[in-house]
Design a protein around this ligand. Structure first.
Ligand SMILES: NC(=O)c1ccc[n+]([C@@H]2O[C@H](COP(=O)([O-])OP(=O)(O)OC[C@H]3O[C@@H](n4cnc5c(N)ncnc54)[C@H](O)[C@@H]3O)[C@@H](O)[C@H]2O)c1
Length: 395
């Protein structure tokens, strides 16, 4: 810690949903003094409103924000991550990139459709985008911090300790991220999101399973155990003519899947199954189960039952936050008393600020980010052939 900075200046790009939870977590960091440099997003009115609400400086350009920051948080749509990330790294600053890391967002043609493009082209172009970010990192005095909060969820970090101290081999993991549909107007459009349920949701449990095999590999042999192959299926259920819409599940996606399943085989022959969908009622359904040769672990990120509350009349809880995306506050609810902690947001931002101060490597770094996206786009290639096993390319 001799050359450690005692103060880290953090800039935020984007003024939407993710910008808010990054800011809240930044304000709770301990051990390193964090100064919030300010916020930049392209719609001046939104940027100023966000800055005004939170007492921040609103920047009118990205470049000026980077100048005033040691670490820049990229809380913008996935299609913008590569360009902003490369610019920040080019200025020798740390960059926090929200999930999904990067991807393929079409060829710029207005007629581009996520339903129709060649998946092999998608994989090649996503790989090129990853390459651009990794090259920029290699030349930079900064580092990529990949904001996959599942890695930092307390249950996943406890499992890390179990793996390291017990010398376990993970045999099979299965996990899911699902809820009843994203309300972001851009979410259902491939050119903005780079994919559907697999890209937007499965990346979370996928990030966790890849991370845990990395941890096992580092403990056992000093190098991560990488994903070797993936088989996948995707479906557009709510766009199907046979879907009976009763109004509870969000519909209206343009050209993305709303259900995805991935089966992953690791280099050591061990397995993981990851599910994601926009089809599940009852709030966010985020869980992972780990079957090892010496123990078994179940991590419930959401819902979990650390607090349950029964409310006979929904309106009593109108101004009380209960838990993410729950459809009703009436009846029994699994209240999340500190959701940002359970979901890993707080530990994640703590690690990134500590790394920006000390130069240490974040636990969730560009290696994991790259493997996640390579697995996702290999999965799309597999799904195009109804689940044929595909090699996950090397970085
Ligand atoms: N880890 C999580 O749990 C989690 C949750 C939500 C969102 N996210 C991720 O965070 C990112 C942002 O999602 P969100 O929900 O906050 O979206 P949002 O639509 O709420 O906000 C996006 C912001 O980015 C800004 N923006 C758009 N284009 C830009 C550009 N070219 N340069 C600078 N700013 C630009 C917009 O003005 C807006 O302020 C996405 O990658 C998303 O997947 C992660």
């Amino acid at each position: 810690m001799t050359n450690a900075k005692s103060t880290v200046r953090a800039g935020i790009v984007g003024s939407g949903f993710a910008a808010r939870f990054h800011l809240e977590a930044l304000r709770k960091v301990y051990g390193v003094t964090v100064e919030i440099a300010g916020v930049y997003s392209p719609t001046a009115a939104h940027c100023e409103a966000f800055a005004g609400r939170h007492g921040l400086t609103a920047f009118t350009g990205l470049s000026a924000l980077i100048d005033q920051s040691d670490i820049v948080h990229v809380c913008t749509p996935p299609s913008t991550h590569e360009r902003i990330g490369v610019e920040v790294l080019g200025r020798d600053k740390y960059v926090v990139i929200e999930k999904p890391f990067t991807g393929y967002f079409g060829d710029g043609d207005k007629r581009f459709s996520g339903d129709l493009f060649d998946r092999k082209t998608g994989l090649d172009r996503a790989k090129a985008s990853i390459g651009n970010l990794l090259d920029a990192e290699a030349k930079s005095a900064g580092l990529i911090c990949y904001a996959e909060n599942w890695v930092y969820a307390p249950g996943i970090q406890k499992e890390k300790e179990i793996l390291e101290k017990s010398g376990a081999q993970i045999i099979w993991m299965h996990g899911e991220e699902a809820h009843s549909g994203s309300h972001s107007p851009f979410y259902g459009i491939w050119a903005h999101s780079g994919g559907g349920s697999i890209m937007g949701k499965a990346v979370h449990p996928l990030g966790a399973v890849l991370y845990l095999k990395q941890v096992e590999g580092m403990a056992a042999q000093g190098r991560p155990i990488r994903p070797a192959t993936v088989s996948a299926r995707v479906h557009a259920v709510t766009r199907s003519k046979q879907f009976k819409d009763l109004g509870y599940i969000k519909t209206g996606y343009t050209d993305i899947e709303d259900f995805g399943a991935m089966h992953i085989v690791f280099e050591d022959g061990m397995l993981a199954d990851v599910f994601a969908s926009e089809l599940v009622l009852g709030g966010v359904h985020n869980w992972i189960e780990i079957t090892a040769n010496n123990h078994r672990t179940i991590v419930n990120i959401n819902p979990n039952d650390s607090m349950k509350s029964y409310n006979p009349k929904g309106s009593q809880f109108d101004d009380i936050y209960v838990v993410e995306k729950i459809e009703t506050k009436e009846g029994w609810a699994n209240i999340s008393p500190d959701e940002d902690w359970y979901t890993g947001y707080q530990n994640e931002i703590q690690d990134f600020c500590r790394c920006a101060a000390t130069g240490a490597m974040p636990q969730c770094n560009s290696t994991l980010a790259a493997d996640t996206i390579l697995t996702v786009y290999a999965a799309y290639c597999s799904a195009a052939e109804n689940g044929r096993e595909m090699k996950v390319p090397s970085r």
